[in-house]
Each structure stands twice: as structure tokens, then as C-alpha cells.
Ligand binder design. Sequence first.
Ligand SMILES: Cc1cc2nc3c(=O)[nH]c(=O)nc-3n(C[C@H](O)[C@H](O)[C@H](O)COP(=O)(O)OP(=O)(O)OC[C@H]3O[C@@H](n4cnc5c(N)ncnc54)[C@H](O)[C@@H]3O)c2cc1C
Length: 521
Amino acid sequence: MKRRHLLQAAAIGAATAALPTPAKALGKTAIVVGSGFGGAVAAYRLGQAGIPTIVLERGRRWDVDASGTTFCTIANPDWRCAWFEEHPPLGLDVSKTIERRAGLIAKHRGEGINVLSGTGVGGGSLVIGMFMPQPRRTEWNMVYPAEISYDLMDTVYWPRARQNLGVSTLPPDIEAAAQYKGARAWREYLAEFRKTPVPVPFAVDWDAVRRELGGTATACHTIGEGPFGSNSGAKNSVDRNYLRWATATGNVTIHPLHEVTEIREVSGLFEVRCKQINEYGDVLSTRTFVADYLFMAAGTVYTNSLLVTARARGWLPRLRAEVGKGFGNNGDFLIARLNLRKDVGFAQGGPGNLRFFDEANPYAPAEMAWEAAPVPLWAGRTTAHLILSITPERGEIRYDSATGTGKVYWPYGVMETKADKAGRDLATRLWWQTEGRYGYLFNGLPDYDRNTGHGLGSANTWHPLGGMIMGRATDFGGQSLDYPNLYCIDGSLLPGSACLANPSLTITANAERCMDLFLTA
Ligand SMILES: Cc1cc2nc3c(=O)[nH]c(=O)nc-3n(C[C@H](O)[C@H](O)[C@H](O)COP(=O)(O)OP(=O)(O)OC[C@H]3O[C@@H](n4cnc5c(N)ncnc54)[C@H](O)[C@@H]3O)c2cc1C
């Protein structure tokens, strides 16, 4: 057996090792709604502790095989990229008509903002750019209460999440490859902008990327693809780690294509109703599951949507007014830089390499990273970047009686938020320092126009957070303050911001922290 396979086998052995069932959970059962980062951690830890657990996931399974054709691409999108939509949710060709089927990315149309999220066994981990930075202490202490200690996260939970998700920075030999011109150009731009480059950690199997470069795996991350899934298998999505380990405990059953529609408490138990669908959306059956513990992990929008609906419909009437409040977009501000002077290549190798902190921003603390994209030859010299800031603005997820579900309300127009202003300010200074002041007034101009249809500016967020915020709607272990044994375990627990970081590492780490509290309390 090769050393890598031995290590993997050892890791799975250690991962599936049974733990004693806590006394309070003896003979009890659990349901987990959703199988993204939070749901996967919950499923695995519950299974490990010997608690019979059902995972209900509305999306389908996406198993990567040697054919390298599991997913469609941004360059050639089809139904596989979108959850029952007629057009791709992102990319260059957002007007292409596609079949409405159970594809990967759900687009929630909120009032004032749209929210994109991954759908499938593995949730957002199937679609993410795999950016896994850890928040810094300064910003953490600005946003998070002392009960969620930076030291504990820093010494126990972020390292544990990094280890389980296989997180590391872009290796130099890969950045040196011909396809990584964009990465090297971004390094040069940062030097010209006089910013300290900070390497971004990614949940990526770099050996699979090397196989892409060597031509023995389907090219994906080496040509700027990835948001529609990783055909080379380079993405360490949670179906390949946490969920696999959860199933291996023998205590966890995952039901794909099961969309939860109602949750209620009946005599101290939780009753969860769902529709079992096929890939075309036909309802095959309506099923009801009952358990002692309920773990909500449907992602921020859908966890809140199910809960505010249950409150409005009288199924969970005691849920407090705080539920659904404090929704934040993590300060997301997406820009493109057009007609750059430097050769950034097309179909850029990624997922990224460096970010920097914008200490000089007059509006809000901010950071910026380059995100590789499958830029076509005709649109050459273009790069995409996500700017994040810590912004005070918050929206809400409310019950919408017209649709019978929850809806995001974001009461801010264009350039009304500090996040928008911080993003515009940073993008403009970057352009001036690296192009404009040399007289290249038409090179590298930033585009953040919400109306392009490409989700620029703050038209969309990829990082919805909040609504079930710890210390306000739940305790600091994610348990509802109104319904004991009802837990939230996903992005909805975070207070609208992951502190200048893409949130998945922190969602995973916080879920680990909450599950430790649940299992040891
Ligand atoms: C294109 C894109 C790129 C991104 N890139 C990054 C990145 O590089 N780094 C990063 O940190 N973050 C990134 N994100 C954000 C990241 O995906 C989310 O922060 C993260 O996945 C949230 O984890 P979660 O556990 O809260 O829920 P999710 O991962 O969203 O999982 C929720 C699951 O619940 C399921 N579900 C929803 N409703 C129901 C229902 N009614 N019944 C049953 N199941 C249901 C969903 O199908 C989904 O599988 C990206 C997001 C997008 C859309």
C-alpha cells in the first residue's frame, strides 16, 4: 500500500472510531437537515457517538469518477449547474437556457440581494472556491462575544477543521506552471500596490491538481473552473471526508433528494416532514421522520426559512422574535478588473493564491483576494476578485405569506452600505496605484455594476450568515433558547460576518465546537 493510502486508511480508521454515547443521548435519535459543512460535522459526530441519525438533504449525490464528467463547466453550462432554474446562476453565459432540474447552485431571490448556495450531498462544499482563511484575532474580537473564545478556536477548532478538510496553501511548483500566469501577475500587482501578500489556504488536493497539469485528470482548477464542481476530484468537499466518515460509523443514513418542508415539536419530539423528489422535481412521496434531537443545517437562508415558517404557521410557536434577525452578507463585494496591462492569461489556473488586508480603508476594515476564472480568450486580461469587509449593515429573513417560505430582506440600495463604499474605494485605489497613475487610464478599470447580470458589486452574496445568532437566538453551543434539543449547526449561527474571511472554515470549526459541547454537556 502506498504511504498516502496508508495515511488515508489510518485517518478513516481514526475518524470512524466509536466514542461513548453521552448518558443523556442513550437510546435517543437525531435528524440532521442539510449536508453542507455544518450538517456533515453534526452527522459525523453524532454517528461517532453511537446516536442513530438520519440526514435529509434536498439535493442529489455527485460522485466524481474516472470519467471526469460528473459536473458541467462555467465555459459550457447545463442543467447540472442550477437548482431548478432556466439560466446558469453565475458565469459568463448567464442568459443561456438550461433545463430545470436538481442541479448544484440554488439562487434565492431576496428583496435587495440574491443569495447563492450549494445544493447536493455535500452542500456548499461542492461549489465553493475552497478559500479557507482563518479570521484574525483583532477582527474576531470586534465581532464575536467573549464566550466564543479566539484562543480556543485558534488552538483547537480551526486546526481540527483544517486537518479534516485537508487545507493548505498553493504549492510553489503549481504556481510556477504555465496556466498560473494570473496568479503570478496578481503577486506583481500586490507588490506595486505595496500590500503585504497573505497566502490563502485552500481545501484542495494538490496532487489531483498536479494530475490535471500532467494531463491524467480532467482539467478543472487549472483552467479556472470549480464553482460548478470539481471533475478532477481536487476539491476536498465534505462528501469525501466528514460524510464518508459519518456513514462508515454505521449509525448515519443520508437521504438525498429529500426536501424538508415542515418541522414541528410534538410531545417533546421533533417531527420533520419532507417531500422525496426525483431529479425533475416530481414528488415521489411525502415522508415524516421523528427524532429526539433536531440539527438544522440547511444553510443560513433555508434553516431560517424553515424556522420562521414554523413560527408563523404555529408549528414551533415559542420561537422568539430574534429568529431570522441579524442576517449579514459577510461584506461580499465582487469586482472584475478589465483590460489589464499585465498578461493574466485566460482560463486561469487557480483557485487563487494571495489576499491582502486593506488597512487604509476609510469606510470599513477590508480584504481582497484574486479568484481564478475560466476567462475566455476573447475577454482576455480580465480578473475577478472578491472583496470582504466588516460592515454593520444587517438584513432579516422573514416569513413571506405569498410563497409560504422565508425570504431575505436587505434594505439597502447601491452604495448605501459601508461594504459597497469600502469595496469601491479599495477597487479604485488599486486601479490608480497600479495603472491610472502611470497614465493607463483605461487599463484595469474595476467593474462592480450590479446590473451586468454577473452578480458584481453586492447584487449577490455567496456568504449568507446569521439569523440564528449564538447568544441571541441560540445559546453558545447552538441550542435554541426556546426549544431544548433543537440545534442550529450551520452558517446561521455566525453574526453576519466571518471577520474578513470566507466563512466555511469557521462554520466547520464552530460546528465542531458546538458538537463537542453537545456530546460532553
Ligand atoms: C459559488 C460559491 C462559491 C463559494 N466559495 C466559497 C469559498 O471559497 N470559501 C468559503 O468559505 N465559502 C465559499 N462559499 C460559501 C459556502 O458555500 C457557504 O458558506 C457554506 O457552504 C455554508 O455552509 P452551511 O453548513 O451553512 O450550509 P450549506 O453548505 O449551504 O449546506 C446546506 C445544505 O442544506 C440543504 N438544504 C437546504 N434546504 C433544505 C431543505 N429544505 N431540506 C433538505 N435539505 C436542504 C442544501 O441543499 C445544502 O446541501 C461559496 C458559495 C458559493 C455559492
